[in-house]
Design a protein around this ligand. Structure first.
Ligand code: PMP
Length: 360
């Protein structure tokens, strides 16, 4: 079967060139007569993969030397616990912004370890907007401020980095890392599950300022301790070697594409086109406040919801896969990560226009 345009929110579509290379060298990698997934993570061949991928990642995001990059397991959900366990230190409270379902889940987990001050919430609006900055009740005594840069389920994204004074800024960038440049020095810590913009599931990347390491709560399991992972160069236990290797191929692909600046342009173009299609057609709608619409996860609904199944079936038959919205919000969602080419979005738009003519 031919490859389809896959709009899955994650695990998500990967660049075809990356998949092709992984396929070509699956059985015999680096002339070893073995797959990269069959060799020791401590041998010189794999260490070269680890070093090169980290160097490329640092280069792509201009990560300063005083920041560690960790390649971990456990998904972003483990970070919901690792962040408070490692950053609370001798303080009692932590600040969290509640701007979507993933924010809420991060808050629930942090509450197991710290007193959580919810600085503001847009839950009442059903997360169709991000609370305005003037309304945030920050606590300057908190150990850090946490927010989700892109809410994958609700389809909301921060247009710029929030200003939180002297508080340590912590962000979940699972669904938009590498989609645009990031001003790393503004952050204490950034984390991201890999399975959207980076590579296969199983890998979680953490970027952390070294100054924040070494204060983990005494109950912190060793596997949850950033300082330990940093000291061992992410080789404290066996890392997810294959996912890490594929992530390394994605980083090279990104560089060849012109880096995150070029990708940011492409991502802006893709999402703008799709929002225009939705806004210009009465058949569809999107309720997210315009300023906060995500470039990565475009949520939309059909005004006549009884046509949802028909829409999804016809889209699939036309090679447009995984457009169903998350079960908690319903409707549709088109994820437009880096690996989704503009042609994929053009096909989706043309399909949406045709479908509305036929059923509208
Ligand atoms: N945060 C965000 C913003 C996400 O999109 C996801 C996954 N969809 C998670 C956290 C949880 O990630 P994981 O399944 O890797 O734990």
């Amino acid at each position: 079967m031919e490859r389809v345009y896959n709009f899955s929110a994650g695990p998500a579509t990967l660049p075809i060139e990356v998949l092709q290379q992984a396929k070509d060298e699956l059985l015999d990698w680096n002339n070893l007569g073995m797959s990269v997934m069959e060799i020791s993570h401590r041998g010189k061949d794999y260490l070269a993969v680890a070093e090169e991928s980290e160097a490329n990642f640092r280069d792509l995001l201009t990560i300063p030397h005083n920041y560690k990059v960790l390649f971990l397991q456990g998904g972003a959900r483990s970070q919901f616990a690792m962040v408070p366990m490692n950053l609370l230190g001798h303080k009692n409270t932590v600040d969290y912004l509640d701007s979507g379902i993933w924010s809420g889940l991060a808050i629930k987990e942090a509450e197991r370890y710290a007193q959580v001050n919810i600085v503001a919430s847009s839950k009442e609006s059903k997360y169709t907007t991000i609370p305005e900055r003037q309304a945030w009740q920050l606590n300057p005594q908190s150990a850090y401020f946490h927010y989700v840069d892109n809410e994958t389920i609700n389809g909301l994204e921060f247009p710029s980095v929030p200003e939180v004074g002297a508080l340590t800024l912590v962000s979940d960038m699972s669904s938009n890392i590498l989609s645009r440049p990031i001003d790393i020095p503004k952050f204490g810590l950034i984390y991201a599950g890999a399975q959207k913009n980076v590579g296969p599931a199983g890998l979680t990347i953490v970027i952390v300022n070294e100054a924040l390491l070494g204060e983990a709560l005494s109950i912190t399991p060793s596997m949850f301790n950033y300082a330990l992972h940093a000291k061992e160069n992410s080789m404290y236990n066996t890392p997810p070697t294959f996912s890490w290797y594929v992530a390394g191929l994605t980083f090279k692909w990104l560089k060849a594409k012109g880096g995150v600046e070029a990708l940011a342009k492409a991502n802006a173009t893709k999402s703008k086109k799709l929002y225009q299609c939705i806004d210009n057609n009465d058949f569809y709608y999107n309720s997210i406040a315009a300023h906060y619409r995500s470039r990565m996860n475009v949520v939309f609904s059909l005004k006549d919801e009884s046509l949802n199944d028909q829409f999804l079936e016809t889209a699939t038959a036309n090679g447009l896969a995984n457009l169903k919205g998350h079960k908690l919000v319903g409707g549709m969602r088109a994820s437009l990560y880096n690996a989704m080419p503009e042609e994929g979005v053009d096909c989706l738009i043309s399909f949406m226009n045709d479908f509305s003519k036929r059923y509208g």
